[in-house]
Ligand binder design. Sequence first.
Ligand code: 13P
Length: 250
Amino acid sequence: MARQTLIAGNWKMNGTTDSIHELVMAINAQLESDWQSEVLVCAPAVYLPLVIDLTKDSAIEVGAQNLSEQAAGAFTGEISGSMLADIGSQYVLVGHSERRSLYGESSELVAKKFQAALDNGLIPVLCVGETLEEREADATMKVVRAQIDTVLDYGIDVLGQGVIAYEPVWAIGTGKTATPEQAQQVHAEIRAHLAQLDVDVAAKIRILYGGSMNPTNAEQLLAQDDIDGGLIGGASLKAEQFIAICKAAG
Ligand code: 13P
C-alpha cells in the first residue's frame, strides 16, 4: 500500500517573529508543486497563527508540538486541542522524548493527549524511542512497544488515525543517526506489532524516523521500505537543509 511520505520539521523552542517569517518564506519559495511528499512544520504555540497565516496559500501544513489532555478549564498555562484546531493547526506532536524525559510525561498521559488530538480533528504524531541504555540492554522493542501499547489500549483504530515517529533518544540532537538498517529494523518491527492486531492499519500507518536527520543521510533513510518520512529538529531550522531533505524525499 502506498504511503505518502511526510517530512515534518519540529522547531522545538526556537525562533522569533522575524526568523520564523524568514524561514517560512524561504521554504514556501522553494516548495515545488510536483513534490510527492507532504511537508509539515511544527511551530512553538505562540507562533502558530503567524505560520498558519504565512502558509495559507502554500502546501505547507502546520502542527503544534504539544497539547493538553484536558478539554478546557482551570489548567493554567495549558493549550487544548480545540484551541489548536480553532486557529487552524492540522497536526500535533505527542510524547516527544523531551516531553517524556524533561516534563515527566508518562505513556498513559501521552495516550490521553493522542486521543484529545483526535477528538478535536487534529492528527497526532506519536513519538516513541529508546534511550542508549535501553538499546544497549537490548530493550529497544520492549520500550517502543510499551510506548505504543498505551495508545493501542484505546483501540488499533485510534492509533491508525495518527502517525508514529520513531526517534531513538540517543540520536536526537547528537549528530548520531541510526543507520538506515537500524532504523528500518525498528520500523518493520513496529509495523509487524501492529499487523498482529490489524493488517490494514499496519500497512497504512506512516512511521517517520527522527534523530539527526540531515541532507546527507536523508535519502538513504527515506529509501527504507518502512520509513515513511522524517521528523527533523535541528536541520528544520535552516531553510536550505530542510528543503534539501524534502527534495531527497521526492
Ligand atoms: P534533531 O533532528 O535535532 O536530532 O531532532 C530530532 C527531533 O527530536 C525531532 O522531533
